[in-house]
Design a protein around this ligand. Structure first.
Ligand SMILES: Nc1ncnc2c1ncn2[C@@H]1O[C@H](COP(=O)(O)OP(=O)(O)O)[C@@H](O)[C@H]1O
Ligand SMILES: O=C(O)[C@H](O)[C@@H](O)[C@H](O)[C@H](O)COP(=O)(O)O
Length: 211
């Protein structure tokens, strides 16, 4: 179970109790003790790593780079410009969910990068509160036109995911719909500074709404 002691990291802004919240399983939830799982999503090149690290640093939270959790076979495939299949992704997604919950045992929140391109992949993460009832999941969906992300990936060096993969990412992408009410969508067409500032403000508003 999640420990309620020895939590070095706290989510800012500071929490206040709100006894009327219900967790998805219907049990009363003390929001003051909620643990926040922030998943930074979107296709290759949208800025998940850049923005995710910024959010984690500013909110004093641990950061999980999802790309580091792919099995070797997945990395080899992607390095050869072969898109992953659903079957390639399931174990990666559950591993990221488990690792996130593990980090939340020692922190009030965690920031994770994971493209989570399809609704069913986001749903794998969404079941986190089934395991630990005080977890609140927030998706931060970074979006911009394909041409913008293609240019950014072309200019990026030293990553196994090359520009040849960007189109397939858009093919696979199922943009979050209005019914996915745990999604914060951010237009990332602007500069890094603009995107980081906008995203941080949106995340802080979402945390306040949950308190
Ligand atoms: N808003 C932005 N404007 C310009 N370049 C950006 C922006 N956000 C990220 N980048 C750059 O684009 C590339 C892809 O960003 P990255 O964070 O690696 O994306 P992802 O993790 O989603 O693949 C990196 O070289 C990064 O420095
Ligand atoms: O930095 C990047 O270019 C992306 O993060 C990239 O590595 C990717 O989106 C996934 O890690 C692969 O998995 P998917 O095929 O599920 O997006």
């Amino acid at each position: 179970m999640l420990s309620h002691e020895n939590r070095p990291a706290t989510v800012q802004p500071a929490s206040k109790p709100a006894a009327d919240r219900l967790t998805p399983n219907g049990a009363p939830n003390d929001a003051a003790s909620s643990h926040h799982l922030f998943i930074v999503t979107g296709p290759a090149g949208c800025g998940k790593s850049t923005v995710g690290k910024f959010i984690a640093k500013n909110m004093n939270l641990p950061f999980i780079e999802g790309d580091e959790y792919h099995p070797r076979a997945n990395v080899e495939k992607m390095s050869r410009d072969i898109p992953l299949t659903d079957a390639d992704r399931w174990d990666w997604l559950t591993r990221l969910r488990e690792e996130s919950l593990q980090r939340l045992s020692a922190s009030q929140g965690v920031v994770v990068t994971c493209s989570a391109l399809k609704r069913k992949y986001r749903d794998v993460i969404r079941v986190a509160p089934y395991y630990f009832h005080d977890v609140l999941v927030h998706f931060i969906y970074l979006h911009a036109p394909e041409s913008v992300l293609l240019a950014r990936v072309q200019a990026r060096h030293g990553h196994y995911m090359g520009a040849g993969m960007v189109h397939s990412q858009f093919d696979a992408l199922e943009e979050p719909g209005d019914e996915e009410t745990d999604v914060i969508a951010v237009d990332v067409s602007g500069s890094v500074d603009e995107v980081e500032t906008t995203t941080l403000a949106s995340v802080q508003r979402a945390v306040l709404r949950d308190l």
